[in-house]
Design a protein around this ligand. Structure first.
Ligand SMILES: O=C(O)CCC(=O)C(=O)O
Length: 342
């Protein structure tokens, strides 16, 4: 999940300085399937909504195979590569820092830090990627799953796109953003391609939503929090599960489930995915790390998607306009400001 309370670390072409990866390896084992399933998917399907919900409540997550048509996933990836990946002057809101920053590329040329809130991207500059991404993240299968899990349709409050691996620190989403009914937000991770086992797989700690981690009450943006969470994943009592995901597979989890990404073992592999966070429509959502929440929305596939673009005042609208339409001017002004400010 995203952070905003912390100042962004300064980013160089090679990566973010102070960008300590809080790595959860080495641990004894990382499982591909839950214990006892002998390499066979044990997860109830959408045609068994009661069993699906019971699994989700007990384990804190569910995996639904072939949920999103591969051609939609491929359209999202292609649009990213055509419109976004090579835009090396544009500024995008980042997950790790919560700031607008240019791309940082991995050795293999993937975008290292995920983009946040596709719904706030410029429709003029990235029309295909924005449309394709939101199409995936509001797909009727996701709506069906949200209804099966919560008893009502969902509102999408947050979205992201991953290309390379930032090695996401272990965390609970609910420490950053949640439903107003704590623990009721649902995370959604759609594999936009077959994820290679060495690409830095998404991992979860089943049943961790019901367990406390020593020291987790602190600031979720602080190094201490991230270190304690990583220690808990590595040395704690729970299994760590990183299922092999194929293009179109969908993983959903409750906002208190601990999750993150494993380190990349082979830099040649991307781990493309679209992710979102949903609350039941009857619940307001809340930020635990931002001052206010946005009430602006748009509708995609009949799903309400909350927009977060900060454009309340004329000055902010002007800044957003310069950032999106004259990124070089914005970048130069930003660099100058960094140099002259006290
Ligand atoms: O895939 C990842 O690296 C992390 C995704 C995540 O933390 C989220 O969607 O909440």
């Amino acid at each position: 999940m995203q952070t905003r309370a912390q100042p962004a670390p300064h980013r160089t072409a090679a990566g973010a300085a102070g960008d300590t990866p809080f790595i959860v390896l080495p641990r004894r084992t990382v499982l591909e399937w839950p214990p006892g399933s002998d390499g066979v998917d044990p997860w109830p399907t959408l045609d068994q909504p009661q069993a699906l919900r019971a699994w989700f409540e007990r384990e804190g997550y569910i995996l639904i195979r072939n949920a999103i048509p591969p051609r939609l996933c491929q359209a999202g990836v292609d649009a990213f590569r055509n419109e976004v990946l090579h835009d090396d002057v544009g500024f995008f809101e980042r997950h790790a820092s919560g700031k607008f920053e240019r791309h940082v590329y991995t050795e293999a040329g993937f975008m290292k830090y995920p983009i946040m809130n596709l719904q706030d991207l410029s429709q003029k500059k990235y029309p295909g990627f924005r449309r394709a991404g939101l199409n995936i993240l509001t797909h009727p299968t996701i709506q069906r799953a949200v209804i099966a899990l919560t008893g009502e349709p969902g509102r999408c409050v947050h979205t992201m796109y991953f290309d390379g691996n930032q090695t996401t620190w272990a965390h609970r989403d609910g420490h950053y953003i949640d439903s107003s009914h704590d623990g009721q937000m649902i995370g959604v991770w759609v594999a936009a391609e077959d994820i290679h086992p060495d690409a830095g797989r998404f991992f979860i700690l089943p049943r961790s939503h019901a367990l406390r981690v020593p020291g987790e009450e602190g600031d979720p943006n602080a190094a201490d929090y991230k270190q304690k969470m990583a220690d808990f994943v590595r040395d704690g009592p729970l299994d760590c599960l990183a299922p092999a995901l194929k293009q179109g597979d969908l993983l959903m989890w409750t906002s208190m489930l601990i999750h993150g990404s494993l380190p990349t073992l082979d830099e040649r592999h991307s781990r493309r995915s679209f992710t979102a966070h949903y609350v039941p429509v009857s619940h307001p959502y809340k930020w635990n790390v931002r001052a206010g929440r946005s009430l602006k929305g748009m509708t995609v596939n009949r799903v309400e998607v909350i927009r977060h673009s900060d454009d309340e005042t004329l000055v902010k609208r002007l800044r957003n306009h310069v950032r999106s339409d004259w990124p070089r001017v914005y970048g130069a002004a930003r660099d100058l400001w960094k140099r002259v400010r006290p």
